[in-house]
Ligand binder design. Structure first.
Ligand code: GLN
Length: 541
């Protein structure tokens, strides 16, 4: 039988519920438990697919093609699990299900209400995921902050689950803020007390308080929190800022959270098994070397818009014993007359990231031209591959004005185009090529060397594809098609073998990178970047 942990947040948003959920999951995974993470999002969008990365950060894509909140990325990276579409539940999804049931006549004669119909649907979805994943423990994070109107049905549903399943099988973790004020950095517990009162009003008494604080909590403060909030002192977990997010599970373990959860839920006591995680955190904190990778994108003002790419680069540093600094470059800035050289001459590698629409596109193409001509290691992801093909078509194959049909109606050379089956799609949500697809890696290519495998699987999220009419032309001029769909119809990967590292993929490998299993394409990029840096240093000497 599955045990359920519910994570709520209080006082302010962006308090780190996602990292808390992910870290708690890591502690249980270290102990060998099967953990299913879940995100309950109060917004009315059915999924995150139609939300702007400017506002909401990255859209994370699961193996089965769900477009979800970026917190699922944290869960996958920390817990080394694969989420499914069931791992993400939104108000939009819940209401769609309830309204469809009502139209079918499932509630015939009844008045459809938030309690019990909406709350039942939420409970059904939580139980369905626990069953699908055969989870020992399901950890569900409730988006938003306690006190928000939108999250009430979710909180009511998890309150009912305590009654349904019993104390021993359910647990509430509340993440809260302990601010410091005044010249003496006085630690203040009142906001936490109020947020716990708010939870209690709804009928939920927290079992654990994770207290985000700038400073370590003095003992008397911990005792005060314990007394006023009705949580045992050992369940008041201090969470101060640490140099890398991957250290958070270690600080929780040291604070006793792992053992507390195991005994509170009456799970089997097992070894906490920290060695692998400690080792990777140690490398992250004390790398031998460093390099700088530029990431050109169009949503770089929102630090979360390329979250998985940033994390994948960090992971790729681990086996290379290197810190990876990221220089974010807004693609618009490459279009105002300053040459790409000025932005890129002192970096060691370049990533051109995913994106939609034509703003900043010529800037991306310029950056790719510079990388191709100067031997700067380059990795193009989805739109990054597409623009690498456009650049190559224009500047190497001489196809002047070559472009993607996404950027221009009827370009003279539509080297990137819509597949016929995409042409008639009018609904925007979930209508792209989404989720995991297999790819044959071509023998003798750099891609084969990097993957060490001829059959790979990666996640996708795009509408446009390389136009096969230009396949030969690109190949005749030295571009190698290194990955194709099993039916040979779709070009999935490209490379330029005369260049030290010029690789593009139509997929999103960043979604599959884990700190304990960095993705080979990112690892290869960082390796090439370090080699270039060493060469440049040698040539200066
Ligand atoms: N806009 C491009 C397409 O839809 C690329 C998408 C992406 O980079 N994820 O094909």
């Amino acid at each position: 039988m599955t045990k359920f942990i519910f994570v709520t947040g209080g006082v302010v948003s962006s308090i780190g519920k996602g990292i808390t959920t992910a870290s708690l999951g890591r502690l249980l995974r270290n102990r060998g438990f099967t953990v299913a993470p879940m995100k309950l999002d109060p917004y009315i969008n059915v999924d995150a697919g139609t939300m702007s990365p400017h506002q909401h950060g990255e859209v994370f894509v699961t193996d089965d093609g769900a477009e979800t909140d970026l917190d699922l990325g944290h869960y996958e990276r920390f817990m080394d699990v694969s989420c499914t579409s069931g791992s993400s539940l939104t108000t939009g999804k819940v209401y769609s299900a309830v309204i469809s049931a009502e139209r079918r006549g499932d509630y015939l004669g009844g008045t459809v209400q938030v309690i019990p119909h909406v709350t039942n649907e939420i409970k059904r979805a939580i139980q369905a995921l626990a069953k699908e994943q055969e989870a020992d423990v399901l950890i569900a994070e409730i988006g938003g902050t306690v006190g928000d109107i939108e999250s009430l049905p979710f909180l009511e549903a998890i309150r009912q689950m305590r009654t349904d399943l019993g104390h021993e099988n359910t647990m509430y973790v509340h993440v809260t803020l302990i601010p410091t004020v005044g010249p003496w950095q006085e630690v203040k517990t009142k906001p936490t007390q109020h947020s716990v009162y708010k939870l209690r009003e709804i009928g939920i008494a927290p079992d654990v308080l994770v207290c985000r604080s700038e400073v370590p909590l003095p003992n008397d403060v911990r005792e005060k929190i314990s007394l006023f909030c009705g949580v045992p002192p050992q369940a008041v977990i201090e969470s101060t800022n640490v140099p890398t997010i991957y250290e958070v599970p270690l600080t929780y373990e040291a604070a006793g959270l792992g053992d507390f959860v195991v005994s509170r839920l009456n799970l089997e006591k097992r070894d906490a098994n920290l060695a692998q995680w400690e080792k990777l955190v140690d490398t992250l904190k004390h790398p031998k070397t460093e390099c700088t990778i530029a990431v050109v994108g169009k949503y770089t003002q929102n630090g979360d818009a390329y979250k998985s790419i940033a994390e994948a680069l960090t992971h790729a540093g681990i086996p290379n014993d290197s810190k990876v600094n990221i220089r974010w470059i807004e693609s618009d800035n490459l279009e105002n007359g300053t040459p790409a050289e000025a932005f890129l001459e002192d970096v060691d590698g370049l990533v051109v990231g995913p994106g939609f629409g034509n703003r900043g596109i010529e800037g991306k193409i310029e950056a790719i031209r510079f990388a191709r001509e100067s031997g700067l290691p380059f990795f193009g992801i989805c739109l990054g591959l597409q623009m690498a093909v456009v650049e190559f078509a224009r500047n190497v194959c001489g196809l002047e004005g070559a472009n993607s049909e996404e950027m221009l109606d009827n370009p003279p050379y539509p080297v990137i185009h819509l597949l016929p089956e995409q042409k008639h799609v009018t609904e925007k949500g979930a209508s792209m090529r989404l989720g995991t697809y297999p790819c044959n890696v071509v023998h003798g290519t750099l891609a084969e060397k990097i993957y060490g495998n001829n059959r790979i699987e990666e996640r996708h999220r795009h509408r446009y594809e390389v136009n096969n009419d230009f396949r030969e032309k690109l190949q005749n001029h030295g571009m190698v098609i290194s990955g194709v769909s099993p039916d040979y119809r779709l070009i999935e990967m490209i490379e330029v073998p005369t260049h030290p590292y010029f690789v593009g993929t139509q997929a999103h490998p960043e979604f599959k990178s884990r700190p304990n299993r960095p993705h080979p394409l990112f690892e290869g990029l960082v390796q090439a970047a370090l080699a270039r840096k060493a060469n440049t240093a040698a040539s200066v000497l």
